[in-house]
Design a protein around this ligand. Structure first.
Ligand SMILES: [Zn+2]
Length: 595
């Protein structure tokens, strides 16, 4: 990881943002003793295992193991990098960050600003063009789009000329290389440039603050591709944006409807359903899921039935479900899109469909029913098996029972056979778990596995020593003659040891949450666990000494085994070598006794 802010600045930002306050903006927390608990935003759960320790300013999930300080929380929940998280928190606490001395960072920030300016001017250019093109206007009229909506969404038109936008932007004073970075122009084989979007209705794509970050273009005839979007640029990442979320987030509704295309969103908005966004691609990503979860309690997916049944779409829905979104699916009859449906059946009919959207599980069962011919005996059995395995994955028995009753009735299967198939599968699962656990604890486990576990324990012990030192810097006096940086084996532990030892020796000191900012994300989560566990150690002095003994003993044992192995198998050893190794072996035995 590369930092462009001094450590003190990062620490100032961290301490100025109380972790309980920040987490509370995303998660409902309840106080239990001196810690806070809530439902983990990073995995799906029904009973809270996500904890926030106000004293230590860290969070930790006992379910999925995610943890860290307030900066890591923001990184994870907003899906952004370390520096962006620091910037966001600095903003929140109104701390002025120093202008990055990092030339590269500054150049990038300037480029991002320039691209937004270019996009904004391009959007105006397209918008002003629209009136001059009869075909484009009549297309929008035919779809029932009125002037107010055209203005609200900034809909425009890119003419069929090869370089009218390029010429316009150059006249405005923009530089070719910057325009190229915006994705609005392309480089031709002979080195010249030309407009990417030609002969298309243009839809500007906005970020949450209303900046134009990209464009989508639709052809007016049947030529291909029907839709074309801006490429990824320094300001646009398609997996992190949802079209019209800048409007939908202010709808005041508890649910957000996700549709496929620009036109669906636009027509729904014009009809007053402003809690609608488009995914700009079939499969939803985790980042988009987190955005949706932030602004809505319920996410209703309304794709046309061709897209909705596709494996990629279902994967996207599973992903939403996995991060704890309450997902429902609205299927429109006869493969219509929402726009067409509303024009034919009216707004109320659509609202009714939205109210009756089905749960993800019911939806999956519907898809199965379509895919499997249940008129044959094989088909019936296959359908029953697949439904049973879907249901057996649920962890709530009341819900399972409710679904069994409903499905049995809806699809004409007997409740008993469905229950017995589910029971087989849940039994198989728990039996498997028993075997897996049993295997690990058997002493005859393969030697490598045992060695592996020992190594893991050493890494954890090392981490524990460092966590204790962070929690109580005065322990350092006690251990500094007993352990050095060279005693640590794990790479991230070595890095942490260097930081901690240096801070304490230079009398600057360090607290656990501060250490976390200086480590990479995975190491930070590991340390959070160690720090969390240490709240149970009453006697830190003895705990740290005990761990030091334990890692030293491990090193000695490891070296002994190595020497014995060499003595036994290495035929090329000379007499002097053998002698030397034997002396080392003896001294190791002595050392081991001293510890
Ligand atoms: Zn979790």
């Amino acid at each position: 990881m590369r930092y462009s802010y001094p450590e003190e600045v990062i620490e100032e930002v961290r301490v100025s943002n109380d972790i309980v306050d920040v987490v509370s903006e995303y998660v409902k927390l309840e106080r239990k003793g001196k810690d806070y608990f809530g439902l983990c935003p990073f995995h799906k759960e029904k009973t809270p295992s996500f904890s926030v320790a106000s004293g230590k300013q860290i969070y930790y999930c006992f379910g999925c193991g995610k943890g860290g300080n307030v900066i890591h929380f923001i990184m994870n929940i907003e899906n952004i990098g370390f520096l962006d998280a620091v910037k966001l928190l600095a903003d929140r606490a109104r701390i002025q960050l120093p202008e990055g001395e990092d030339e590269e960072e500054r150049r990038k920030a300037l480029l991002r600003k320039e691209i937004i300016r270019i996009n904004t001017d391009a959007a105006r250019f397209f918008f002003n063009n629209l009136g001059n093109n009869e075909k484009a206007v009549s297309y929008l009229r035919k779809r029932g789009i009125n002037d107010r909506t055209i203005k609200k969404f900034g809909i425009g038109y890119a003419s069929e000329d090869w370089d009218s936008l390029l010429k316009h932007l150059l006249k405005k004073g923009y530089r070719e290389p910057d325009i190229l970075e915006s994705g609005l122009i392309l480089k031709s084989k002979n080195g010249g440039f030309y407009d990417r979007f030609r002969g298309r209705i243009m839809f500007p794509i906005f970020d949450l603050r209303g900046n134009v970050i990209a464009f989508g273009g639709r052809v007016l005839d049947s030529s291909q591709p029907k839709y074309m979007n801006s490429p990824e640029t320094p300001v646009y990442n398609k997996s992190r944006n949802l079209y019209a979320l800048n409007f939908a987030k202010n709808s005041g509704e508890k649910r957000i409807i996700v549709v496929e295309g620009y036109m669906d969103v636009i027509s729904l908005h014009q009809n007053g359903i402003i809690n609608t966004v488009a995914s700009l691609g079939t499969a939803l990503t985790e980042s988009q899921g987190r955005l949706l979860k932030k602004y809505a309690e319920e996410v209703i997916i309304s794709y046309d039935s061709d897209t909705a049944g596709q494996a990629a779409t279902i994967r996207g829905l599973d992903l939403l479900d996995g991060i704890g979104c309450n997902v429902k699916v609205l299927t429109l009859p006869e493969s219509k899109d929402p726009d067409e449906y509303i024009r034919k059946n009216g707004l109320d009919a659509f609202k009714k469909l939205a109210d009756n959207a089905v749960s993800l599980l019911e939806y999956k069962i519907r898809v199965l029913k379509k895919q499997i011919d249940t008129n044959t005996v094989e088909g019936k059995i296959s359908f029953l098996n697949k439904v049973a395995s879907l249901l057996s994955r649920m962890d709530n028995n009341v819900e399972i029972e409710m679904y069994v009753k409903k499905i049995a009735k809806d699809y004409g299967i007997s409740e008993e056979s469905l229950f017995s198939e589910i029971a087989k599968r849940t039994k198989a699962k728990s039996a498997y778990r028993k075997v897996a656990v049993g295997r690990n604890s058997i002493s005859k486990a393969p030697v490598e596995k045992k060695a592996n576990m020992e190594e893991k324990k050493v890494v954890l012990d090392e981490r524990m020593i460092l966590a204790l030192l962070c929690l109580d810097n005065t322990l350092y006096k006690l251990v500094k003659d007993k352990i050095g940086i060279g005693d640590f084996t794990d790479e991230s532990n070595i890095k942490a040891a260097e930081i901690i030892f240096d801070r304490i020796e230079s009398k600057r000191g360090i607290v656990p949450a501060e250490l976390l900012s200086l480590l990479d994300e995975d190491a930070a989560a590991g340390f959070t666990q160690a720090i969390n566990e240490n709240s149970h150690c009453d006697d830190n002095k003895n705990a740290v000494l005990e761990k030091i003994r334990s890692i030293k003993q491990y090193r000695i044992k490891k070296r002994q085994e190595e020497i014995l192995e060499i003595l036994k198998n290495d035929k090329s050893l000379e007499e002097g070598d053998v002698e030397r190794l034997k002396i080392e072996l003896n001294s190791l035995v002595m050392k081991g006794k001293e510890i």
